[in-house]
Ligand binder design. Structure first.
Ligand code: SF4
Length: 373
């Protein structure tokens, strides 16, 4: 069998975690519920985990294909350090096969089909510090598949008082779940629909593992997390499905987990569907609020549903326009009018970041001046 031609961006390939050898030189990757059994010279479904000589290696390690600084509201996170900037990175590949992927240029690419750059964990943290970002997001493609890199970045980030955020499809096994999530501070989990049919046909995965991840996050971690549901006309916009989703969130996660309904725009293999009408998002939000959820948002449109309202007295606490925070009236995480406590992380739990101009991190960051962030 012909070996994969690996465009090696680092001095050595990085051996993966979460795998075991199998007869015939195969390996079993148990990082995500796909449980790929990978033959010699081949990669898993996600493209970036490869079997070389009977060992599994991570091509995503220290090799981001997209690097950007975003408002944290773009992740979206509305209850985690609102109004701050977040250093964001992603690699090639993905473990889902969503027909509507909005980052398909990297997520559907192999490692050697994208422009990536060698960026070890120390350099990621140095750049985040240099650009004044209190947090780092693992985003754009599915970060679970480069979990080794995520965990190592988290370790360095903690030393410098930076927060870390997973923007994820939630498709991870329990064997790997705590290895990753015990080190991150926040997450946004895509709950892409509430039917197995949608997951099977449109994402080529399954619903149940995603629901399990959400319950593990709630019951077994201190990770602050929010949920996003991208509503696609005719595929997952049935009010009955939206009600069932909201009821499940209320029953299993409680009323305080923020839920974002966001608008679809035609992309990748789903160009035959129209953009989501704003009224669909308004209706979904009203439905979820009626079910009993306290914080329900509308995203990817200009809307009054972007603000944070006090569940106690109904006033606007954080006023937003798209991803911009226009006003934040919270006082130490409470409503200034009625005193209601608003769940979330409102101040950096690690205090101020420790970046100094003459610190070694400044030199590391300077190596990447050409990034023009
Ligand atoms: S992480 Fe990648 S290689 Fe591993 S099981 Fe999932 S899709 Fe397969």
């Amino acid at each position: 069998m012909q070996e994969l031609k690996v465009l090696q961006k680092t001095a050595t390939l990085h051996e993966a975690r979460w795998w075991e050898p199998e007869p015939g030189g195969k390996v079993h990757c148990y990082l995500c519920p796909r449980h790929c059994h990978i033959g010699p010279g081949q990669s898993g479904f996600c493209f970036i985990r490869i079997n070389q000589g009977g060992k599994l290696y991570s091509l995503g390690y220290a090799s981001p294909a997209a690097i950007q600084i975003d408002p944290i509201e773009k992740k979206p996170l509305n209850h985690f350090l609102p109004g701050t900037r977040i250093f964001s990175l992603g690699t090639a590949g993905c473990n889902m096969g969503c027909f509507f992927c909005q980052n398909w240029d990297i997520s559907k690419s192999r490692h050697d089909q994208v422009h990536s750059r060698y960026l070890p964990p120390e350099d990621v943290v140095a750049l985040a510090l240099r650009y004044g970002c209190p947090s780092i997001a693992f985003t754009y493609n599915e970060p679970t598949i480069w979990g080794e890199y995520v965990v190592d970045i988290c370790h360095v980030a903690k030393q410098y008082g930076l927060n870390t955020v997973m923007v994820t499809n939630g498709y991870v096994t329990y064997e790997a779940f705590h290895d990753i999530y015990d080190h991150v501070d926040a997450a946004n989990v895509d709950l892409k629909a509430f039917t197995e049919q949608f997951y099977a046909k449109i994402t080529l995965t399954h619903l149940k593992p995603v629901l399990e991840t959400l319950t593990w996050l709630k019951q077994e971690t201190n990770v602050w997390f929010e949920i996003t549901n991208l509503i696609i006309p005719t595929l997952n916009d049935d009010p009955k499905e939206i009600r069932s989703l909201a009821e499940w969130v209320l029953e299993h996660l409680g009323p305080d987990v923020p839920l974002h309904f966001t608008a679809f725009h035609p992309d990748f293999k789903l160009r035959d569907k129209p953009p989501t009408p704003p009224e669909t998002l308004h209706r979904a939000r009203r439905l979820a609020l009626d079910v009993g959820l306290h914080f329900v948002y509308e995203g990817n449109i200009f809307s009054e549903g972007a603000h944070t309202y006090c569940p106690g007295c109904g006033v606007i606490l954080i006023r937003r326009s798209w991803h911009d925070v226009l006003e934040n009236r919270l006082r130490k995480g409470t409503c200034p009018d009625c005193g209601c406590t608003i769940p979330g992380v409102w101040t950096n739990p690690y205090g101020k970041t420790k970046h100094k101009p003459h610190h070694p991190t400044a030199q590391l960051a300077a190596k990447h001046d050409d990034l023009n962030l």
